[in-house]
Ligand binder design. Structure first.
Ligand SMILES: Cc1cc2nc3c(=O)[nH]c(=O)nc-3n(C[C@H](O)[C@H](O)[C@H](O)COP(=O)(O)OP(=O)(O)OC[C@H]3O[C@@H](n4cnc5c(N)ncnc54)[C@H](O)[C@@H]3O)c2cc1C
Length: 455
């Protein structure tokens, strides 16, 4: 059978592209080398990490905050095994959910490693299948350090860190980016001593500078240690100890997590056979309609340029399916939010102050701290603030940055504002429920006009 579309990779880019293409009446085959659908995000990324973050945050709050609320928990303990079991149950239920969606949408799934044979032919599990169009969505993999190969016991990638059977005594995290601080938080809350080594001079460097410095202070207060502007040069490993030699000193621990970034995964995909050459960063080059140099082959998600985010991959999945079906979707990359699911959370959308200045835009900024927000007071989540960056001539919102509890949920309104090019006055004049954390957004918008009510 010849399919209208073959999608290689069933992560949030690939499976969403497959479903959208099927909704549009196209015949679709999906291929993944994993038996479970959902890709990195569902199996070893977004979902398992958030399950661990939530469980450990509850534990941490019982240990450190219960008393403040007048609650008495005489002995609060945990079972790592049970925490991991719950995580896996969540993952499995969504694996089954996507399989059911495939069935509902009449998508044929092939399990196996796919290899391109020609612009329309793919080899998988000993078969050759043919497609009018092919979408590559093979995602990314953790970047290793040449002198520290992953063994997933002592030297962990994020994948190993999501399935440990014990809590490390001292965890050395190389790289204080999003994945590093999320997984570092998980084990810090369970009692590990967590120390970060970061090559750059600040943590989570894509954040607006004001957020990343405040964020570092908060995580330090929680017990994590950060060595910034420090490069790991080499390592010595014995069965129960790891020694990292860095540009400043030697650090020892029993386990290390390497979280220095991810790289596009295109191994054995057969790109050479069809004439696709990768960029120097290892990404598949595409035009503004996700088309590679081969007119029948498209690429989306982590294997192409742009932020490596599940929802970015999914938006591209929808867009590419619609393009193949003859539509003209528009994807506004500026409205794609970025979230860090620590406690407190961090979420941002649009330009940072530094990016806006680099573009020579004349800007104004408005700030509102959660410590004077009434809901934050009630829930004991007073850390952080909302910062809004706007064009000083047109008042259009350019960026919204939130450091604070539930920032991942609050950012949706900010994305809506950026997507629709709203002004800060439009946000300020929108009624917000009281008492809610979202009032801090309204107040930050009012602050831009020297009209904040509660400050
Ligand atoms: C620990 C961690 C936490 C994360 N948390 C978040 C988060 O909270 N929010 C967020 O937005 N992003 C998060 N991410 C990033 C997110 O997981 C990725 O951006 C997203 O999964 C990319 O989707 P994708 O569809 O491009 O590729 P992937 O999800 O990587 O899926 C690619 C699929 O292709 C398959 N494949 C590869 N090669 C072949 C082949 N030749 N043949 C057949 N199949 C193949 C793979 O098996 C895989 O299933 C996290 C990542 C990690 C590691």
């Amino acid at each position: 059978m010849k399919y209208d579309v073959i999608v290689i990779g069933s992560g949030p880019g690939g499976y969403v592209a497959a479903i959208r293409a099927a909704q549009l009446g196209l015949t679709v085959a999906s291929i993944d080398k994993r038996k479970e659908l959902g890709g990195t995000c569902l199996n070893v990324g977004c979902i398992p990490s958030k399950a661990l973050l939530h469980a450990t945050e509850l534990y941490w709050k019982m240990e450190h905050q219960a008393q403040e609320f007048g609650l008495k928990a005489t002995s609060c303990t945990y079972s790592l095994e049970k925490i991991m079991e719950r995580k896996q149950k969540i993952v499995t239920s969504f694996n089954e959910g996507i399989r059911a969606l495939f069935k509902k949408n009449k998508i044929t799934f092939f399990q196996g490693s796919a290899k391109l044979l020609s612009p329309t032919k793919v080899q998988v599990a000993g078969e050759v299948i043919e497609g009018e169009n092919i979408i590559l969505a093979t995602g990314s993999e953790p970047t290793p350090l040449p002198f520290l190969p992953f063994d997933e016991k002592q030297i962990l990638s994020s994948t190993g860190a999501l399935s440990l059977d014990h809590v490390p005594k001292k965890l050395l995290v190389i790289g204080a980016g999003v994945i590093g601080v999320e997984l570092g938080s998980v084990y810090s809350r369970l009692g590990s001593q967590v120390e970060f080594v970061e090559f750059l001079d600040r943590i989570c460097p894509t954040l607006d500078t004001s957020l990343s410095s405040e964020f570092e202070k908060i995580l330090t207060k929680q017990g994590m240690r950060f060595r910034l502007s420090t490069k790991v040069l080499s390592a010595e490993i014995t069965p129960d100890q790891i020694t990292l030699r860095t540009s400043s000193e030697q650090l020892t621990g029993d386990t290390t997590l390497i979280a220095v970034g991810r790289r596009p995964f295109t191994q054995n995909l057969g790109l050479e056979a069809v004439g696709i050459t990768l960029t120097p960063q290892g990404a598949v080059p595409i035009d503004h309609r996700f088309r590679t140099v081969v007119p029948t082959i498209y690429a989306i998600g982590d294997i192409v340029d742009g932020p490596m985010l599940a929802h970015k991959a999914s938006e591209e999945g929808v867009a590419v399916a619609e393009i193949i079906a003859g539509q003209n979707p528009v994807l506004n990359y500026l409205a794609i939010p970025n979230v860090i699911y620590t406690s407190p959370e961090v979420a941002a959308v649009g330009l940072t102050e530094e990016e806006a200045k680099k573009l020579n835009l004349t800007i104004k900024t408005g700030l509102f701290p959660f410590k004077v927000n009434s809901r934050a007071k009630c829930t004991g989540e007073e850390e952080g603030f909302v910062k809004i960056i706007a064009d000083s001539t047109t008042d259009t919102i350019l960026g919204i940055h939130i450091l604070g509890a539930h920032a991942s949920e609050l950012i949706a309104a900010a994305s809506l504002a950026i997507q629709n090019k709203l002004t800060t006055l439009q946000l300020a004049h929108t009624p917000h429920a009281h008492p809610t954390l979202s009032e801090a957004l309204k107040e930050a918008a009012l602050a831009l006009h020297q009209r904040a009510i509660h400050r």
